[in-house]
Structure formats: C-alpha cells, structure tokens
Design a protein around this ligand. Structure first.
Ligand code: PMP
Length: 466
C-alpha cells in the first residue's frame, strides 16, 4: 500500500494544550547542519524514501521545485548526453547550443516580451542580477541616482545580502538586521485582502496603489531604480495571489516615474500557477523577470533572469553589456536539463493538468479544511495553494510564534501521515502567523490530490483538533 509503515507514537499535541513541547528547529535554518533530518535514500515519481523505511507522498516538491516528479529517464538522458558533449564552459569564452536553444525557447514562451536570458543556478542569484541590472540600466541612461528599491513588507526574494535586503521575511532577516544598505531598500505593505480589511475591491486596490505612490513621493520619484514583487507571494505569505488589476496598476505607477518593474517568479512561475509565466494570468508585463524552481524541476540547480524589451533594446542599440557573471552562468548541462523539463511539460500537456488538478485541489482543500475552526484562509492558484492557520477565525488572531503551529503540522503530516508539505511562518506580519503550502507536481493525478488532502487534513486535525 502507499501508506507508510506505522511509526512509534508521536509527541505532537494540540496547540494550546498545557503540555505543549516545542519541536526541533525548522529545517530551513538547520539545512546545512543536517541535524535531526532523516537521510533520503531514494526519490521516485511523487514519493520520497527516507532510510527509516517510510514512503512519503510529495505534496510540495521540496520547496515547490520537483514539478515533474523524480527519476524521469528522459531528463537523465538529456543530462548525460550534454555531459558527453560538453560538461562545462565559461560563459565568457564560448556559447553553446544548449544555452542558445533554451534562451530561444524562453523568449518565445514570453511572446517576445522578454528578449535576453541570463542562466544561473539559484533564485537568489537571479534576484541579485535583477537588482544589479536595474542599477546599471539607469546608469547607462544617465540616471545613476536611481539607487532605491521598493518591495513589500511580506515577501521573500532570496538568501544573499542584496536579495534578503529586498525581502520582507521577518524570521529570515532578523539575525542580519539592519542588513545591507538599509537606506536603499524600502517596503510597502503587501496585497493580502485576508489581512487588510477594506469596504470594497476598488477601495482595496486604490489603497495599495496609494501606498506605492506615496513611497515614490517620500523617496523622490527619480531616486527609485525598481519595484520588486512576487506576482503570487510564496514562502512569506503562503500562496497569496494579487487582486485583479493590482500588477498592471503597479506597472503604470513604475513607468510614470521612470522606474523598472521586476517580477520575482522564482516560486510562482514556470507553470506552477496555471500559466507558463504567472504574469500571463494578470495582463501585466514586467521589465525584468526571475525564474527558478519549476524551471528545471530540481534535476539541476537552475534559475534565470529574463530581460524585457525596453532594457534589451537599449543594450542592443548602445552595445551595452551587463557587468555581471558567475562561474556557473550559462551552464550547458543546466540548460539541456531545463529545456528537456520544459519540453516534457509541453509534450505531456501538463500546464492543462495544473489547471485541472488545481481546481480539484482548491475544491478538496476547501471542503475538507474550509470549515475548520483554526483555518483562517485557503488561497492560491494553479497547483500553488496555501492554508493559513489562526487561533481565532473571527478576529484572525494568529497563534503564538512559539507554538510553531505550521511546523508541527508539517512534522505530523510527514511522520504520522506520510505526506510532505511546506511550512511557513510570518503570514500575519512581523514573523507571526502560520501557513502550509501545497505544491504538487504538474503531473499529479486526481487520486494523488485526493490522497494528499486527506492526509494533510488528518495532520491538521491531529495537531489542532477537529
Ligand atoms: N524568490 C522567491 C520568490 C523564492 O521563493 C525564493 C526561494 N524560496 C527565492 C527568491 C530564492 O531562491 P533560492 O533559494 O533558489 O536562492
């Protein structure tokens, strides 16, 4: 059977009970130490196999990465063939067919809205590159004073100092506060209707845009290099989509003030949200775009910065080159693998499956958990869904941070119910608030979606009661 063998009784109790015990530290912060983690011996299809003999259904692709499951022979073959042909080359010395084909494919996938591709390894690198190219672009245009970035107070853009400075993730920033150039990174509130009450959708939208406009005015509009947002907010908020017209309104404000708009699609992009690029759902084209996770499905560390036509045409017309480069930039094996992953998604019609299974996932999560007294909100798009836990549904008061409710649901789901979800904290602001994210592979079946939701709901009930 797909159920994992029974394990010893768990030490997980209902939040709020007097015998609460704190779980171990969160895996994100212990990842390099490997303390307290099981050793994974195999991953196949949609299952993880740790060395305790269990078999864990993958409802999150790790960090929203493994989008076509594990162990696909066609991807292994693409990597092997590329390694035989050329396993590495410096981007400064030669170009390769693998990178050229991938770039052409990506540009085509944006309908030509994006015109240049810088292939890298991680989301943070792509965001850093976007920040730096924004600065260099303004310098080329004779506006070097545009040094400010505006992003949102609940957001995650990466773990390096620049990308973390742009992030609004309390827990991940706190140890490094005040971070790099605190005077150049500025925050506006998120776009999260669940936690920002308003009398009507139009008033809500107007308030968000007024916040951006007043930040431009406060800083001086001609000092702003770019506005950076995740179209659908991932780790920091738990899959919160923008309200209608929000992204296009951001674009208008940016362009009116001569600033660039950067969409960080590291998590929500590459078909995760039901369109190949998340912005294609919202009729708002960015000037710069980052992609990663679903790009190579975890078969290789892959990310990219895509450059929109405004910047690309200036570069072409004036012969400008971006002063930027990593040793592993334009890696041919990464390119061959990423392109093959994207071809699998195309050939198997998986974008359509994301839409179909996404609707099923939404329905089942809502049916099974929508009425739970500690579930405040269920939101998302495509196969990108978040469940926010609250102490009180009426007041939306979050649980105490120390209770680590999301972490406990995650641990209980994995240990007692054989399903892996992604846990997050901070969705209520300032590090408070708990959510889990459900991000199945694009080739997930209806049966698996049903199984995931059953197991997740069982874990929620075990931790938080019925
Ligand atoms: N941007 C977003 C939206 C992300 O979700 C992440 C990773 N969770 C990053 C950037 C950073 O990517 P990486 O961890 O690959 O550096």
């Amino acid at each position: 059977s797909s159920r994992r063998p029974p394990l010893p009784p768990q030490k997980i109790e209902a939040a709020g009970s007097s015998s609460d015990t704190l779980p171990e530290d969160i895996p994100w912060s212990t990842s390099s130490a490997l303390d307290g983690l099981l050793t994974l011996t195999k991953a196949k299809g949609h299952y993880w196999y740790p060395n305790d003999g269990s078999r864990i259904l993958d409802a999150c692709g790790g960090a929203g990465v493994a989008c076509i499951g594990h162990g696909r022979k066609e991807i292994i073959k693409a990597a092997t063939n590329q390694m035989k042909e050329c396993s590495y080359v410096s981007y400064a010395h030669f170009k390769t067919n693998a990178v050229q084909e991938l770039s052409d494919w990506l540009i085509e996938s944006t309908g030509g809205a994006m015109q240049k591709v810088y292939l890298m390894s991680s989301g943070s690198e792509a965001v850093e590159a976007a920040l730096k190219l924004s600065r260099e672009y303004h310098t080329w245009r004779g506006e070097p004073q545009r040094v400010n970035f505006i992003s949102r107070s609940e957001s995650y853009h990466g773990t390096t100092l620049g990308s973390l400075s742009a992030s609004g993730h309390h827990t991940r920033r706190a140890p490094f506060s005040p971070l790099l150039s605190p005077t150049n990174f500025h925050k506006i509130p998120p776009c999260n209707p669940y936690r920002q009450p308003s009398s009507s959708p139009s008033e809500f939208l107007a308030a968000r845009i007024a916040e951006l406009e007043s930040e431009f005015q406060r800083l001086g509009p001609d000092t702003v290099a770019a506005v950076l947002v995740e179209p659908i907010v991932g780790a920091a908020l738990g899959c919160v989509p923008p309200v209608p017209h929000y992204l296009s309104a951001l674009r208008s404000v940016c362009h009116r003030h001569g600033a660039l708009l950067i969409f960080d699609e590291v998590m929500c992009g590459m078909s995760r949200a039901g369109t190949l690029h998340a912005w294609q759902s919202y009729n708002a084209v960015p000037d710069l775009q980052t992609i990663a996770k679903g790009f190579a499905g975890g078969y290789c560390p892959a990310s990219a910065l895509l450059v929109g036509s405004k910047i690309a045409s200036l570069m072409t017309a004036e012969g400008k080159t971006f002063t930027h480069g990593h040793t592993y930039q334009n890696h041919p094996v990464v390119a061959a693998v990423a392109l093959r992953v994207q071809k699998v998604i195309q050939e198997e019609g998986l974008l359509r499956n994301v839409q179909v299974q996404g609707r099923l996932l939404e329905r089942l999560l809502t049916e099974r958990l929508g009425g739970h007294r500690h579930v405040g909100d269920i939101r998302g798009k495509g196969l990108f869904w978040g469940v926010e836990f609250v102490k009180d549904r009426e007041t939306k008061e979050p649980f105490e941070v120390e209770k680590q409710v999301a972490m406990r649901v995650f641990r209980c789901a994995m240990k007692s119910h054989g399903v892996l979800v992604y846990a997050g904290q901070g969705c209520a602001g300032e590090g408070k608030g708990d959510h889990i994210m459900v991000m199945p592979a694009y080739d997930v079946t209806s049966r698996e979606v049903g199984k995931m939701v059953e197991r997740i709901a069982a874990a929620v009930e075990e931790v938080l009661g019925r």
